[in-house]
Design a protein around this ligand. Structure first.
Ligand code: DX5
Ligand code: ZN
Length: 217
């Protein structure tokens, strides 16, 4: 399985986003955290900034919506040209409809679970999902410590995805570093978001290569 590294621009310099995107030419995708002060106690950016970023980089964008009303806002991100749009299980009220609308607009559909949210209730939803995101920190901030308690859920999710068949990426977000990425890969993750581990490094592109090599094993 090819291991993918998605640097999170949450840890980049928001005043220089185009330059920060250009510093990671070896990124598979760019992870963009959208926060609204409601679903999480932090505020980042929204569609206008995402539209500008789409024009500024050729790297596909992965928008992680940590917002209170994803059913209302997610389809517009897909329509704008975002390649992957992820909504949270804890916030979505009509996930089937919203995931279908994301796909209808031509984007990959992502579904995220916070650390305390079990995966089993969503097994029947797998047919609607192109990427399942397991948070390995409580959503809201970069630079938090990786939660080991999520590792068994990564294993169970890998089994569910394999049993389901098809191509669903299993993404991990939060505290991914040179110290933690191997554990996640061994548990079955194939797609890794890394904020501080990439943009906190002196050479972000080299940090991506290192993380990818560690995940590949
Ligand atoms: C946190 C965000 C993450 C964040 C990860 O809620 O969803 O994408 O950027 O940052 P690190 O990799 O520093 O934990
Ligand atoms: Zn994220």
């Amino acid at each position: 399985m090819a291991m993918q590294i998605f640097p999170s621009i949450l840890s980049a310099d928001f005043a220089r986003l185009a330059d920060e995107a250009a510093r990671v030419p070896n990124a598979d995708w760019l992870h963009v955290d959208v926060m609204d002060y409601h679903f999480v106690p932090n505020l980042t950016l929204g569609l206008p900034v995402v539209e500008s970023l789409l024009k500024a980089t050729g790297t596909p964008l992965d928008c992680h919506l940590m917002i209170a009303e994803p059913d209302r806002w997610a389809p517009a991100y897909a329509e704008a040209g975002v390649g992957s749009v992820t909504i949270h299980a804890e916030a979505a009220r009509a996930p089937v409809r919203t995931l279908r609308e994301i796909r209808k607009q031509g984007a990959r559909s992502g579904f995220a679970l916070s650390p305390a949210t079990p995966v089993e209730p969503y097994e029947d939803l797998l047919g609607e999902i192109d990427m399942l995101l397991l948070m390995t920190v409580e959503p809201g901030f970069g630079g938090q410590s990786f939660l080991d308690m999520v590792l068994p859920k990564i294993r169970r999710t890998r089994e569910l995805i394999d049993r389901h068949g098809g191509e669903i990426w299993l993404q991990i977000d939060g505290g991914v570093s040179e110290e933690t990425i191997e554990r996640c890969a061994e548990a079955g993750a194939d797609t890794f978001v890394a904020g501080s581990a990439v943009y906190g490094a002196a050479d972000p592109a080299a940090a991506i290569d290192k993380l990818r090599a560690l995940a590949q094993g």
